[in-house]
Design a protein around this ligand. Structure first.
Ligand SMILES: N[C@@H]1[C@@H](O)[C@H](O)[C@@H](COP(=O)(O)O)O[C@@H]1O
Length: 317
């Protein structure tokens, strides 16, 4: 897992938007070989979608050959309800870019047979050969998609009851009225996300700090389903300063050091290392350039240290 820390929510979102643009453009999708993108809802991804729309308007990205699969949808909320995830995605992204409506996949929370809907969704993802990049957010209790605490780490797309904490958090979208928040949702499973070739998570704000601490410094645990990413060969978590508040100084220093090393290596333009089928930056020992105000400046970094390429390169464990 890699952790990228940015000053605030906007710069964290900007980082991810640029990352997605780079991934899609490098992939150079076509009709025969589309890019398969998993997408989340929630307030955290909104600035990412805003940046993607701007990039599209500037001609920097096209969604013509991108196929999307959304993470989840409420059960029983009409599709055109202002708070349905269908409406959210169209308002924030799909209505503003050149995506083919046939390439948009969102679970139907009003399907006559919800189990069948979930089974078909999984099958459709498989049909396309899996998801290339799954973007996600995280709940304050560490849930990913709607995989609430206690979810099976081997779960697939299915019907879930929402946790009280999630309903409380989402009540803000329903005029603060808990009674209006749907109690159930369809959601991709933890394993559905784990099967993506790459997973990128946005987590911003102090309310996510405990979840981030648990997912990064704790063990793999079904009470914080985001922690499953520790087992993913290519996962990236992008946070703002506030979301790091519960992390150890040493943890923050380590991940900042990794990023600096990668940036330095990129500048020297050494040949790329291939890790898990994805291009990675080469490894180089970190020796200097600690900014005086960074937490890392209080930590002694040896002149050189052995680093496994998989530890420090993009797509690290
Ligand atoms: N199902 C969604 C999650 O996918 C999302 O990550 C979470 C956090 O949302 P926010 O970004 O608004 O904090 O909200 C909901 O529970």
């Amino acid at each position: 897992m890699r952790l990228i820390i940015r000053e605030d929510a906007d710069t964290a979102a900007e980082y991810i938007a640029e990352y997605i643009i780079e991934r899609i453009n490098t992939f150079a999708p076509t009709t025969e070989r589309p890019f398969i993108l998993g997408l989340p809802t929630g307030s955290s991804p909104v600035p990412i979608y805003r940046s993607l729309v701007t990039a599209y308007q500037m001609g920097r990205i096209s969604f013509r050959h991108v196929i999307t699969f959304n993470m989840d949808e409420y059960v029983g909320l009409p599709r055109d309800h202002p708070e349905s995830y269908y409406t959210f995605m169209h308002t924030n992204l799909f209505n503003h870019v050149d995506i083919d409506p046939d390439n948009i996949n969102i679970l139907n929370g009003n399907a006559p047979d919800l189990q069948e809907e979930c089974t078909m969704y999984e099958a459709k993802i498989q049909k396309y050969g899996g998801i290339h990049l799954f973007l996600g957010g995280v709940g304050s209790d560490g849930h990913i998609a709607f995989n609430e605490p206690g979810s099976s780490l081997s779960s697939r797309t299915r019907l879930k009851s929402l946790a009280y904490e999630t309903m409380l958090a989402n009540a803000r979208f329903f005029n603060g009225d808990m009674g209006l928040v749907p109690r159930m949702a369809l959601t991709v499973g933890v394993q559905t996300i784990m099967n993506a070739k790459e997973v990128v998570i946005i987590a911003t704000g102090a309310s996510k700090a405990l979840a981030i601490q648990s997912a990064i410094e704790g063990g793999v645990n079904h009470m914080c389903t985001l922690s499953c990413l520790q087992l993913h060969p290519c996962s990236l978590v992008v946070v703002d300063q506030d979301a790091t508040m519960e992390l150890k100084v040493k943890t923050v220093a380590y991940f900042r050091g990794v990023e600096r090393t990668i940036q330095k290596s990129a500048k020297t333009r050494r040949p790329l290392v291939q890790t898990n089928g994805i291009h990675a930056e080469p490894v180089e020992a970190e020796t200097d350039e600690l900014s005086p105000d960074s937490m890392s400046s209080r930590i002694q970094i040896p002149q050189s240290f052995p680093v496994r390429s998989a530890t420090i390169s993009y797509g690290s464990t």
